[in-house]
Design a protein around this ligand. Structure first.
Ligand SMILES: Nc1ncnc2c1ncn2[C@@H]1O[C@H](COP(=O)(O)OP(=O)(O)OP(=O)(O)O)[C@@H](O)[C@H]1O
Length: 194
């Protein structure tokens, strides 16, 4: 079975593309969602969070205190790296178990920060979804009801497309949805024929 990574900057349309693959029967692992769920449920992660950030890292209900954690780690790169080192191995293990249960020719691993997290090694192929920055900003402003500056702030933590294009095997230009659908169908055919 092949593992196909799916990535792209904020507002590029990863989720939109993932839905198109899912409609074709491809299992999708949305890494950010799974990591969030695992942080809530894994006692192993929670214990390590308290070790790293103190008792306040958990709420009285024993779930991660996200605003507290975010405020701590986003101003301290070293802490962010250490947090990633706690969460990643658990997600990796969960992903491997999930992959083994799938019965298709390939699965998709979706992550906004696939390259930034060095997750390309686990993928046989990588698809990068792109769209012009102005388009992406407009989409996210509309989708999330945020300002241009807020979107640009989030973009700062991601690599730019030029860096990612060098490492991607396939690029889906997501501007017109019909064209995107055609690109997805073509790639799906390619992956099935591998
Ligand atoms: N080709 C398109 N034409 C018009 N709107 C689009 C197109 N592709 C995506 N959108 C819309 O743009 C917004 C962002 O798309 P989507 O959520 O798929 O991006 P994403 O890359 O997953 O974003 P994020 O990284 O923020 O999760 C959504 O509201 C989506 O419906």
């Amino acid at each position: 079975m092949y593992i196909v990574g799916l990535t792209g900057g904020i507002g590029s349309g990863k989720s939109t593309v993932a839905k198109m693959f899912r409609a074709l029967g491809v299992p999708i692992y949305i890494s950010d969602e799974e990591a969030k769920k695992l942080m809530d449920s894994s006692e192993e992660i929670k214990q390590q969070l308290v070790k790293l950030l103190g008792e306040k890292a958990l709420t009285p209900k024993n779930i991660p205190n996200r605003p507290f954690i975010a405020q701590k780690v986003f101003s301290d790169k070293n802490l962010l790296e250490r947090l990633n080192k706690i969460v990643h191995p658990v997600v990796e293990k969960h992903f491997s178990i999930w992959v083994e249960k799938q019965k298709t020719a390939y699965v998709i691993y979706e992550s906004a920060i696939l390259f930034e997290n060095n997750a390309q090694n686990k993928c046989n192929y990588i698809i990068l979804v792109t769209a012009p920055a102005e388009t992406r900003i407009k989409r996210v402003m509309e989708r999330d009801g945020v300002t241009k500056a807020q979107v640009e702030e989030r973009m700062k933590n991601q690599w730019d497309d030029k860096q990612k294009q060098k490492l991607a095997d396939f690029i889906i230009e997501n501007i017109n949805l019909k064209q995107t659908q055609l690109q997805v169908e073509k790639l799906h055919g390619n992956f099935l024929a591998l």
